[in-house]
Each structure stands twice: as structure tokens, then as C-alpha cells.
Ligand binder design. Sequence first.
Ligand code: HEC
Length: 413
Amino acid sequence: MNKWGIWIGLVMAGCGTAPGDSDTAAGDAPTYYRDIQPILAENCIRCHSEGGVAPVSFEDPDVVVATAALIKAYTESGVMPPPAPDPACADYHDSEKLSLTEEKKAIIAAWVDADAPLGDPEDAPEVDDTSTDLDPFDIELVGAMAYTPDFSDDGKNDYRCFDVTPSLEDGVYVTGFGAILDNTPFVHHVVVYTTENEPETPPPEEGFPCNGTGEGGWDYLAGWAPGASPTRFDEGEGIFLGPEKRLILQMHYFNSGATGTDQSGMGFWTAPQVSGAIYPYPLGIGGFTIEAGNSAHTETESLDWESEYPDIAVVGVWPHMHVLGSHINVRVVHEDDTETCVMNQDGWDFHNQVPVLLKEPITVTAGDRVDLTCEWDNSADNPNQFNDPPEDVQFGEGTENEMCFAFTYVRLD
Ligand code: HEC
């Protein structure tokens, strides 16, 4: 069953006059230029743009007007924007870009009910283009040449790694990172690992096959999956990158039917010095089986924070599951059994794997426990179910397997 199909049916049945018939707002009705475009820009365009993961681009006002009734139905029902870390769990930077407030939903509904007027382009609020996400990267990590994915191994997945070690004379701090995307339809993740392993000389320009969860001696540094926006640590914070480290770029290509070559990668913003050092701290669960038909299989992993460990402050989390995920949660459980929510997400959309950075880092100290829980729906009712009938799904790196990861970033306090 296709969940979009149900909605399209409902909307068509309830739709009388065509939206966009009038260009003047009735009374105080919201207009496209003044009220709707800013909401779409903040909450929707990162996917609904040319080349984005969504099938329709909302960059053209005529398309938005033509889709108005669906936009109202999807936002009212909460289908769009897709699930994201809940701001009620913890206060994140930019969380207003991830979920729609009730107020924004009401503005969209009122606009559609008023026949979706365009209004006057002069009324458009000024665009804030001061976002530091637009700064050019200081280091660009892409393979030396465009690569044609080869799915002959299992028909579905190709993991390709490239030695992208930059020549650094001194260490630098990575203060943020973002993906450099080329052929998005088949790019399912971009990960950068650091290693001190001896390089192959010279590193093969066309890359080399590698394990989807990395190889021995590789440490996770930064990642991207569909939907993720750039990560920028707080002013004065960054991950140290020593000049002796080699950097491995790992591309996960998934056979989505797309063809052609790809030369995607990752960009770093850097600083020579910072006042707070950040460390990547991936939490994950492996080795599980999700039984066929189970609509709520959960796995939890707990990490006791021993007294010999230093205190840390969690500054951010990037949750990661594959397509059958339905819930993910990270929390700190204190000695007195009280809990601090770090990240909680009800619902999961493979196309919206967003990292969040906390406005107030959460301290983990001796006696605390860090819990990670994932839940999956492996029933026939899951609209993202790909086995008919459902089959047991194992932990694994392929998109048809499942994972439960919280790629966490911590600061030593
Ligand atoms: C993380 C990416 C992402 C974001 C953010 C997002 N969408 Fe979507 N949207 C999608 C994808 C992917 C689809 C197609 C779903 C499918 O076919 O399974 C879609 C489909 C839709 C559709 C159905 C289009 C059609 O013609 O069938 C509407 C309407 C929609 N989105 C509205 C919105 C609105 C409004 C927002 C912002 C408030 C939004 N979306 C934010 C990814 C996104």
C-alpha cells in the first residue's frame, strides 16, 4: 500500500475550486509571496528543489499553487515535513527548520482555503543569506576521478572508498562539514574515516572496494545520508585532524535505477585553533535479527559511564537507521533514575536523516548511563516494507539490512 496514494484520493475528493484562481488576497488571507514562500524556504526546499530527493520542486510558484491542496493535507496530517528529532526532547540549533509549528500549519491551511493567492512579489520578506553554511569549504574531499558504480556484487549495493588525504603541514580543527553531492539518486551515504594505516602507494585514483561499516583501524569522523544538512559546531569548537592522519572517503551507492558516474564527497570548514575539542563518538547496536511480521521490534544498548572515564558533554547526534525504522531515542539515565532526553524521533524516513546540535550540551558523568534504543516495523503494513511477504531482516550494511546508530559528538569537559 502506498501512503501517498491514500492522500491523493482524499484530497481530490474534497477539492472544489481550483487553487490560484485569484491573485488578490481576500481580506487578510496569507499570500504566497508574503507568507508561504518563506515557510517553504525554511522547511521544504532542501528536498523540494531541482535535483532534491522529493519528486516535485517548490521553487516555481505555479507548481506550489498547483500542489496547494496536497500541501495543506500533508502538513495538517503531519506526513510532511518527514519525521525529525523532536524539539520537545532537547533544544537544538535550527530545529525550526526541521518541524512545522502549529502556527505555520495554520498559515498554510488559511492560504489554501483562500484559494492560494500569489499576492505581490514586493511583499516577500528579505531573505537572510548570512548563513555560514554557504561559506566555501576550506578542504574538499572528493575522489580523484568520477566513478561508475558497479552493482554486480549483490545487485544492490556498492561500497567504494577513496584515499582523499589532503596535504596538511600542521594539524587543523574541523569546525564543520557538509556533503558535496554529484549524482544524488544513487548516493546512500558519504562517510569520512581517519586512519593511520599505511597507504597503498600510489592510492588508486579509481578508488577501491571496502566494507560498508569501515575497516579495522578506521575511525568515523563525519557523515552524510539523504536529508542531512551541513553540521557546524559551536563557535570555537572543532575536531582535531593531525597531519599524520589519512582520510578515507567512503561512498555507498545503491542501485536505484539511476545511471552515470559520480564524484560526490565531503567538504570541511577548518580553523587552526579552537577552545573546545570535539570527538566523534559513534554509539551503535549490531548483531540483531528483526523477525518477519513484527511491527515493533526494539533493540537497546546501554553504556555505563565508569568513574575512570572523563566527564563529557554531548554536543550533537546524527541518528541512522535504514528504511524499516520507526523510532530512535538517545537518553542519559542518571544515578537517581532521572533521565535527560538527548534525541527522540517518532517515525523515521530514510530520506530525512538529520543531525542535530544541542544548544545546551548534556553532561555525562560517572554513575550515568547512556541508552540508545531503536525500533523497527517489519510488518506488511509498513509502507516502506520491501519484502512481500515480510522476511527476517538482519543487522548489516546494505540498504535492505538494518542498522541502529547514533553518531554522537562529544566535548571533553
Ligand atoms: C527530507 C526531505 C523532505 C522535506 C524536508 C519535505 N519533503 Fe515533501 N516529499 C519528500 C519526498 C521524498 C516526497 C515523495 C514521497 C514519496 O513519494 O514516497 C515528498 C512528497 C511531498 C508531497 C507530495 C507531492 C506529490 O505530488 O505527490 C507534498 C505535497 C509534500 N511533499 C509537501 C512538503 C512540504 C509542504 C514540506 C515542507 C513543509 C515538505 N514536503 C518537506 C521529501 C521531503
